[in-house]
Design a protein around this ligand. Structure first.
Ligand code: GUN
Length: 306
């Protein structure tokens, strides 16, 4: 049995086509939703993410700004940047790319973002609304995963869902969204006893702990839906040999590109045991950006309806 591949690029295109219609309707009313992406320092992964976010805005006809600041800036200086964006009418969505440099108080920054412009859904007001089942702006990656499950008609009500990883960005909001759709949800983490045994209970298994190929066949109930949130870059042949069973193709890729991307799930095991799974790349990643666009449009509408 070979698993169905859940195609993130296809779902992204569907979401963006729907958004294009909504954006056209807003523009007809003289409203162009605008996103500001704040990038502090020179983290290469963050640079790539922010560039993709700005590009996605451009291709959909949204207004966007990339605001770049040096890694040496202070919390107070960054607070001033956020405050200016809070005040500007042209800006509907504010995104402060994480991680921030260590001298910056990330919590203070996230709490300074106007909750109605908080397109990441990280502000305590939006976290609280999510917990209460009254969400306005939901973190993009878990929101994208829910879209994936809905559009592939994966049943959630009554299903057993296991989320591995308890981050504020993915694990916790993911568990809440699944719970609100009536799944029976377990959150696992590094201290969980018999993690493979718990994971094997899952009809829907979400891997979001940031460890390359950590979820192997013994975690996967045959036929389960496996969602891989991981994005791990392998840069040595030892790492590649540890992560993959058939290493020929990945080693070639390492040779030609200098690195190989792998998720938190061992991909060959997922293919052989899961009913459906998200590949890396081309699974969850594209949906995160699509949902950021969706949140920006939503924020533009929400703010004007107030
Ligand atoms: N860094 C990694 N993921 C994210 C995200 O979803 N939003 C922001 N702002 N930073 C991130």
């Amino acid at each position: 049995m070979s698993a169905t591949t859940l195609d993130g690029l296809k779902i992204r295109d569907e979401i963006q086509a729907e958004l294009a219609g909504e954006i056209a309707a807003l523009k007809a009313r003289g409203i162009t939703p605008g996103l500001a992406a704040v990038l502090v320092g020179e983290n290469p992964a963050s640079q790539i993410y922010v560039r993709s976010k700005v590009k996605a805005c451009e291709s959909l006809g949204l207004y966007s700004e990339k605001i770049e600041r040096p890694a040496t800036m202070t919390t107070v200086e960054l607070l001033a940047v956020v405050e200016t964006l809070n005040q500007r009418d042209k800006i509907d969505g504010i995104l402060v790319q994480l991680p921030l440099p260590p001298q910056i108080d990330t919590r203070r920054i996230l709490e300074a973002v106007d909750p109605t412009k908080d397109v990441d859904g990280f502000h305590p007001t939006n976290v609280g609304r999510l917990v209460a089942g009254r969400a306005n702006l939901v973190p993009c990656t878990p929101a994208g995963i829910m879209e994936m499950l809905r559009r592939y008609q994966i049943p959630i009500a009554g299903a057993r869902a296991v989320v591995v990883g308890r981050s504020d960005i993915v694990g916790k909001p993911m568990a809440l969204l699944l719970l609100h759709q009536h799944a029976t949800v377990t959150i696992c983490h590094s201290r969980t006893r018999d993690l493979p045994g718990v994971a094997r209970e899952a009809d829907i298994l979400v891997a979001a702990m940031g460890r390359p190929a950590f979820v192997t066949g013994d975690f996967i109930r045959p036929g389960a839906t496996v969602i891989d949130v991981g994005m791990n870059r392998l840069v040595s042949s030892e790492e590649v040999e540890r992560a993959f069973h058939d290493t020929a193709e990945p080693l070639r890729k390492l040779e030609s590109k200098g690195s190989v991307l792998i998720g938190d799930v061992q991909p060959e095991d997922a293919r052989d045991r899961a009913g459906a799974y998200t590949p890396v790349p081309g699974g969850v990643g594209p949906l995160t950006i699509a949902m950021l666009m969706s949140n920006t449009v939503r924020a533009a509408r929400l703010r004007r309806s107030k």
